[in-house]
Every structure is written in C-alpha cells, then in structure tokens.
Design a protein around this ligand. Structure first.
Ligand code: ATP
Ligand code: MN
Ligand code: MN
Length: 306
C-alpha cells in the first residue's frame, strides 16, 4: 500500500494557501502519523471524499494533543480557523441562530487538519436547504460480545428491507465497530417525516427479528443485540463522513465498501490510512450513489406506520 508522504502534505497545504503549524507533530502515536501525513492523506482521498462532505453542516472532533489525549466535539464556529473553514447560520430548535461549519474544497479539509480535526461528522442535509435531508443512515451498533458477522448480516437485512421500499443503499464501515447503511435521497421531504419513516422502519425490523435487533436505545434493551440506531436521521444529528479518519485505536478510517465485497471484510476498523489511499485509486464501490434518484414520499411515511 502507498505510504503517507510528508512532502505531499506540505505541498498540498502550500497550494491551498494554508500555513501548517507543527507539521511534524505526531497525531497518531501508535502509527507515527504526523499532521503533514494527515494532510497528505486528505489530499490523496479528497476527490472521493468531497462529494459526500462538501456543503453540509459539520460537527468536528478536535484533538489538539493528538489521538488518545483530550478530544472535543465542536459544532459552532467560534473563530480561529483558516478561511477555508466556512460557516453559516442555522436556526436551533428554540429559533436562536448559531454558526455551523461547512467546507467546499480540499482547502477546507486542510484547514480542519491544521486545527487538529481528527473526525468529520456530517448532517444529513446540505447547506442550501438544511430542512430536507438527502440521505438516511441506519447505524448498526453491536452490543459488547457480538461479532462482525452479525453486524454484516444485519446490514444485508437492512439493505433488503430498504430495497422493498424502493430504496437503494450503500454500506460504510465506520472505522469503529459497526456498519452504516446509507440511502441517498432527493431532498424532497423534511426532517420530521423522514425521521418518522426511519424510526418505524427500525422498529418493524426489530419486531421481525426480536432476538437479533432492537430499535430502543436504552442499554438494558440492547443486551446481546444489535441496536439499529435510526437517531442519526433527525435534524442536527450527525454521522461520520465517508473517508474520515477516526480518533480510535489503530488510526482507522470510515470507508465505503461494496455489497459484493462485504463478506471479505473482517472488521469495521480494518482499513488504515494507507489502505484507504489505495482504495481511493481503485474503482468506486459506491458508483451510482450520486445518480440514485429516490425519495421518501408522504405515502411511504404513512404506509410504514400502517
Ligand atoms: P461505531 O461503528 O463504533 O458505532 P460510530 O461512528 O457509528 O462508530 P456511534 O457512537 O454509533 O459511532 O455514533 C454515531 C454517530 O453519532 C457518530 O459518528 C457521531 O456523528 C454521532 N455522535 C455520537 N456521539 C456523539 C457526541 N458525543 N457528540 C456528537 N456527536 C456524536
Ligand atoms: Mn455506530
Ligand atoms: Mn450509534
């Protein structure tokens, strides 16, 4: 697999007009990955990653001391970032407006990396119409002790159930323990209805396979089961971006995979930075994602509940 290239990272930062401070500071101690290496990583995968991340409200996991030290989620722009990290005002539930981050290009990814972002989390809608999601996600969360085979089987079942609703979906290995099954949508329907569809969809799946799944987030009901986390599908909720690094042991990446290769995958965190770069050079397993034209209609929302 190709290795990370410090010089390429420095060159990418310079081309983007971003001053990289402490480029040789180690951000992943276990792997010896530096800030400049991380810029090189994002430059190498940007073409694949940007279509998923550009023009979406973001939540950033920042780790100023590198992974394994103190990290924090930052939702609101309080200043201090390079200009390529942009922001827009979005109304909160109480009507108060707050500034949210978004990016439009590789310079944005580099600006975040300069500010020690190790994880990029995405809203389900775009900045031009934040009220209408253009994807749904079923985040499969296994209880302790469950194996990846069970996660994989769940992803395949979710795919089949979505297919029965006419929704094509794509699997993302999270870089942690689970798989996110993602269906792109045309932004036609607002959050409350989309959430309602997803909640009932997850509950019906749990009713169908009560020994394997739960749609209840309470710890007690998750014992020995997979939690179908449908709560990613509400206004303001986020999920990890495809191709984002994770601030976890082993420096894993959240990687798009194909349904046909899923059985060859052994763990949701098996892809490291170099693996992801190599995959970005191969044919896209999510080819078709952006030409998939589908939506959650009002008829579907009432039909899933009936
Ligand atoms: P895993 O596969 O290990 O579950 P994951 O990325 O799916 O990894 P979850 O804990 O299931 O992790 O969380 C799903 C998503 O919910 C996260 O990717 C993140 O976007 C969001 N999230 C979870 N916890 C927080 C938090 N404390 N603050 C902000 N967002 C969070
Ligand atoms: Mn999860
Ligand atoms: Mn979850």
């Amino acid at each position: 697999a190709p290795s990370l290239d410090r010089a390429a990272g420095l060159a990418a930062a310079e081309a983007a007009g971003i001053k990289l401070t402490s480029p040789d500071r180690v951000v992943y101690p276990g792997q010896g990955v530096t800030k400049a290496d991380l810029v090189a990583y994002y430059a190498a995968v940007a073409e694949r990653m940007l279509p998923y991340i550009e023009n979406r409200p973001l939540s950033l996991l920042r780790c100023p001391q590198g992974r394994s030290k103190y990290c924090f989620f930052q939702k609101h722009d309080t200043g201090g970032f390079p200009d390529a990290m942009k922001s827009l005002m979005i109304a909160e539930k109480d009507g108060q407006k707050e500034s949210y981050f978004y990016i439009t290009d590789l310079a944005g990814l580099i600006a975040g990396t300069q500010m020690n972002v190790l994880e990029w989390h995405l809203w389900g809608s775009r900045t031009k119409d934040v009220e209408k999601p253009e994807r749904i996600i079923f985040d499969i969360d296994p209880d302790e002790g469950l194996g990846f085979e069970q996660v994989r089987a769940a992803a395949i079942d979710i795919r089949a159930e979505l297919d029965a609703w006419g929704l094509e979906s794509y699997p993302l290995v999270s870089g942690g323990k689970g798989i996110h099954v993602i269906a792109p949508l045309r932004p036609t329907t607002e959050w409350p209805e989309v959430k309602s569809f997803c909640k009932t969809f997850a509950q019906r799946l749990a009713d169908k396979f009560p020994d394997r799944f739960t749609a209840n987030s309470r710890k007690a009901s998750r014992k020995g089961k997979l939690f179908i986390d449908y709560l990613r599908n509400e206004r303001g909720a986020t999920a990890i971006a495809p191709w984002s690094t994770r601030s976890r042991e082993g420096a894993p990446v959240a990687v798009p995979v194909g349904w046909d290769e899923l059985e060859t995958i052994k763990a949701a965190n098996q892809f490291g930075l170099a693996d992801a770069i190599a995959r970005a050079k191969r044919p896209d397993p999510w080819k078709g994602y952006f030409t998939t034209s589908q939506s959650i209609t009002k008829a579907m929302v009432s039909s899933v509940a009936g």
